[in-house]
Design a protein around this ligand. Structure first.
Ligand code: ADP
Ligand code: MG
Length: 159
């Protein structure tokens, strides 16, 4: 397991981290986004999705549970499982189809889907630090390990 941290002093820095995350993962994998309401999970997802080339709004999928974004040759799925009452409901969403090659899944509130989600390549935890957010990340797979080493090279707060 590899870990690292990044300090996002404001929303713009969070969007920039999203851009670095997309590059570090080569647009593929499963990312769990941890942190309480209002910590910036959707902002980070927006940074990733915009960096992939999406123009226009990135809405929080709070009610739809998942929002798909299609690019030439790849997909991003942005999940928010906050309102999922039973992880088993993910079966009805066709959850298996979401995790395949050339697909990046960003999952807010992954604990709500416990038992029905694949292993995360990366888990990212957000915490308040001063006026900004401390972004902590750790890897669980080889793809994740590579991504963490790339993020640590790219980011300001690498250690
Ligand atoms: P979540 O999805 O975790 O509930 P949001 O992404 O909706 O959180 O963000 C909540 C608020 O936090 C927004 O007003 C956003 O602008 C702000 N925010 C996001 N990232 C940062 C940051 N790095 N520093 C300060 N505020 C931030
Ligand atoms: Mg959110």
């Amino acid at each position: 397991m590899l870990v690292g941290q990044y300090f996002a002093e404001d929303e713009a820095a969070m969007l920039k981290f999203g851009q670095q995350l997309l590059a570090a993962l080569e647009s593929e994998g499963v990312v769990f986004l941890q942190g309480d309401l209002g910590l910036g999970k959707t902002t980070l997802a927006r940074g990733v999705i915009r960096a992939a080339g999406h123009v226009g709004a990135v809405k929080s999928p709070t009610y739809t549970l998942v929002e798909p974004y299609e690019f030439s040759g790849s997909m991003i799925f942005h999940f928010d499982l906050y309102r999922l009452s039973d992880p088993e409901e993910l079966e009805y969403l066709g959850i298996r189809d979401y995790f395949s090659k050339n697909t990046l899944s960003l999952i807010e509130w992954p604990d709500k889907g416990a038992g029905f989600l694949p292993l995360a390549d990366l888990e990212i935890s957000l915490a308040i630090q001063g006026e900004g957010r401390l972004v902590s990340y750790q890897s669980f797979t080889e793809r994740g390990r590579l991504a963490v080493s790339r993020l640590n090279l790219a980011s300001n707060g690498s250690r």
